[in-house]
Design a protein around this ligand. Structure first.
Ligand code: NCD
Length: 360
């Protein structure tokens, strides 16, 4: 299924050369943002945020305003026709006819992909449930490029809610494409990294190991990526409380880290980094959030200037087969074609919207 527009749903839809070009543009914008002040004059960006957001939404809006464009949208679906039962299909069909680029965040996995099937302009995924967050990854890559001067040969520790954290899924997929990167997953068994992400890391030639405590891993890291326990994605409050406060980065643990390790966090922070760590020069999370504007300026410019068609659905519909993930958009919006990729023998299918695997 071809769309006339160039969407960004998953960074893996593009070659690494495209990401590198975009990151290099991000660095040039960071060096001299004023030079790009009229790149999007007369263009309109719509932001449809069905889930709470501070940084992602505002950095997208700031990025478009700094490029000379204008913005429309909602950040509370209760104030839009969504509260009357409107589907993603109808909302995106209409709003994309008002705008040149559409940014969507949604609590259901695969929602951005679903929006791209019917939108009349490019769609950018600003986070779909616990699945992916490609523009946070562009922000993270730009941060590493500026602060560590490389995207290769790094030992990266990822700590916290690795099962529900969409930022770490997108980041591991991306960093495993660069040579010599090693991952250390620091989580409880209940919150460990999904198997499909581990398989992608291996297939890309990178390695990973798992650790139970921050103390056992921190001394080996070049980058520590902390994450929040995603309270809203737990089935019950009891399950959340059982995981809360397991990992807390404090000044004492920072003493065990290398002098040039950097600490990243997509934010918001709850209690997984104590505030006194903020004064450590290795704490890079606030700077990282600032780089998000430059990464998104580079992305908006690239998408609006290239206007190359994207392939939206590459797999096929298998009669009677539906995705087993209750949080997948295909189980929420019935009209969507239930499309799956197969690994060859067609006994293991992967949902094209949320990547959930299914044996048939
Ligand atoms: C993250 C998100 O929304 O996935 N925040 C962000 O976009 N900067 C992380 C989180 O909510 O924990």
């Amino acid at each position: 299924m071809k769309s006339e527009y160039q969407h960004l749903i998953d960074l893996s839809d593009y070659p690494v050369a495209w990401w590198n070009k975009l990151i290099d543009l991000g660095v040039r914008i960071w060096e001299d943002p004023a030079k790009y002040a009229h790149e999007c004059d007369g263009r309109i960006m719509a932001t449809l945020f069905y889930e709470p957001s501070t940084r992602t939404q505002m950095s997208f809006q700031t990025a478009m305003l700094r490029l000379g464009g204008r913005i429309i949208g909602f950040d509370n679906p209760a104030n839009s026709s969504v509260s009357k039962g409107e589907t993603i299909k109808d909302t995106t069909k209409i709003v994309s006819s008002y705008s040149d680029i559409l940014v969507i965040r949604h609590p259901v996995e695969g929602a951005a992909k679903a929006a791209s099937l019917t939108a009349d302009c490019p769609v950018i995924n600003a986070g779909d449930g616990g699945h992916l967050h490609p523009t946070q990854t562009l922000t993270d890559l730009l941060t590493l490029k500026i602060e560590k001067k490389t995207l290769s040969g790094l030992t990266i520790g990822l700590c916290g809610d690795l099962i529900n954290g969409r930022t770490v899924h997108s980041l591991c997929k991306a960093l495993s494409m660069f040579s010599g990167n090693k991952f250390i997953f620091i989580s409880t068994p209940e919150l460990s990294m999904p198997a499909y992400i581990k398989d992608i890391i291996k297939a890309n030639g990178s390695t990973y190991e798992e650790a139970n405590t921050l103390e056992e891993a921190i001394g080996r890291l070049d980058v520590l990526y902390m994450t929040r326990i995603q309270q809203e994605r737990f089935a019950s409050r009891e399950e959340y409380l059982a995981q809360k406060n397991t990992y807390v980065l404090d000044r004492k643990k920072m003493l065990l880290a290398k002098k040039d390790m950097i600490v990243l966090h997509p934010l918001p922070r709850v209690d997984e980094i104590t505030v006194d760590v903020d004064d450590d020069k290795r704490a890079m999370y606030f700077t990282q959030a600032k780089y998000g504007v430059f990464a998104r300026m580079a992305l908006i410019m690239t998408i609006l200037n290239e206007e190359k068609p994207s392939e939206t659905l590459k797999g096929k519909v298998y009669p009677g087969v539906r995705c087993g993930n209750p949080r997948c958009i295909t189980n929420h919006e019935e009209y969507l074609p239930k499309s799956f990729r197969s690994s060859g023998d067609e006994t293991l299918l992967e949902c094209e919207y949320c990547d959930e695997r299914k044996l048939v």
